[in-house]
Design a protein. Structure first.
Lengths: 115, 117
C-alpha cells in the first residue's frame, strides 16, 4: 500500500527557533517527487518545498530545508527562524501513478508558533 | 495571475440530498484534480482530468459521485445522494502539465466545506 506517515500530529516552536517535522513514506517506485505543503486555516494549500528522488542534494527554499534519506524513505522538513506566519497544517506528499500524476498525502502535522 | 477558484465555500445539506461544486482552474492549466479531505486526514485524490478527458478516477465512488469538465476548463463535482460520511472539504487543484514534479506543480483552490446532516 502507498502510505505517508507523519508521526507528529502536533508540534510547537518558539518564534525564531528551529523545528523539524518528520515524514516517512512507502513506495516501490524508484523515480518520484516529494513535497511539503502548508495549509493555513484559510485552507489554501501552498507548496513549501519539493525534492526530486533521483537528486541526492537536499532541497532548500529560504528558511525551509529538507533532510531526504532515500534508502530510509524519510523526508523531514526543517523550518529555521520560525515566524508566526508559519503556523499551519503541514502535509508531506509524494508522487505515484503511471505518469507520476497522483499525489499521496500524509495526515498532516499541526505547527503552532509561540511568540 | 488569478488562482484556482471554487464555489461555494460552504455547503450544508441533509443526507440523501444532492450537491454540486464548481471549480475554475488557472488559465491555461490542462490538468485538473478533485480531492476529498476528511477532517484530520490528508487530501485524497478523487478524479484527475487532462483537458476534458478523465486520467484517473480509481478512488471516485462512482455510485454517488460524478464529475465533468466541459471544454477542458471549468469542472463540476456532484454528489447524489449524499451520505453522512461525505462531510469533508473538497479541494480542486490544477497544473500546467500532468506531472506533479517540475512544471507539473499543483495549485490548490480554497476548497468547499461540505457538511451532511
Amino acid at each position: 500500500a502507498q502510505t505517508v506517515t507523519q508521526s507528529q500530529p502536533e508540534m510547537s516552536v518558539q518564534e525564531a527557533e528551529t523545528v523539524t517535522l518528520s515524514c516517512t513514506y512507502d513506495t516501490s517506485e524508484s523515480d518520484y517527487y516529494l513535497f511539503w505543503y502548508k495549509q493555513p486555516p484559510s485552507r489554501q494549500m501552498i507548496l513549501v518545498i519539493r525534492q526530486e528522488a533521483y537528486k541526492q542534494q537536499n532541497a532548500t527554499e529560504n528558511r525551509f530545508s529538507v533532510n531526504f534519506q532515500k534508502a530510509a524513505k524519510s523526508f523531514s522538513l526543517k523550518i529555521s527562524d520560525s515566524q508566526l506566519g508559519d503556523a499551519a497544517m503541514y502535509f508531506c506528499a509524494y508522487t505515484t501513478g503511471e505518469y507520476g500524476n497522483k499525489l499521496v498525502f500524509g495526515a498532516g502535522t499541526i505547527l503552532r508558533v509561540k511568540s | 495571475e488569478a488562482g484556482v477558484a471554487q464555489s461555494p465555500r460552504y455547503k450544508i445539506i441533509e443526507k440523501r440530498q444532492s450537491v454540486a461544486f464548481w471549480c475554475n482552474p488557472i488559465s491555461g492549466h490542462a490538468t485538473l484534480y478533485w480531492y476529498q479531505q476528511i477532517l484530520g486526514q490528508g487530501p485524497k485524490l478523487l478524479i484527475q482530468f487532462q483537458n476534458n478527458g478523465v486520467v484517473d478516477d480509481s478512488q471516485l465512488p462512482k455510485d454517488r459521485f460524478s464529475a465533468e469538465r466541459l471544454k477542458g476548463v471549468d469542472s463540476t463535482l456532484k454528489i447524489q445522494p449524499a451520505k453522512l460520511e461525505d462531510s469533508a472539504v473538497y479541494l480542486c487543484a490544477s497544473s500546467l502539465r500532468p506531472l506533479t514534479g517540475g512544471e507539473g506543480e499543483q495549485f490548490f483552490g480554497p476548497g468547499t466545506r461540505l457538511t451532511v446532516l
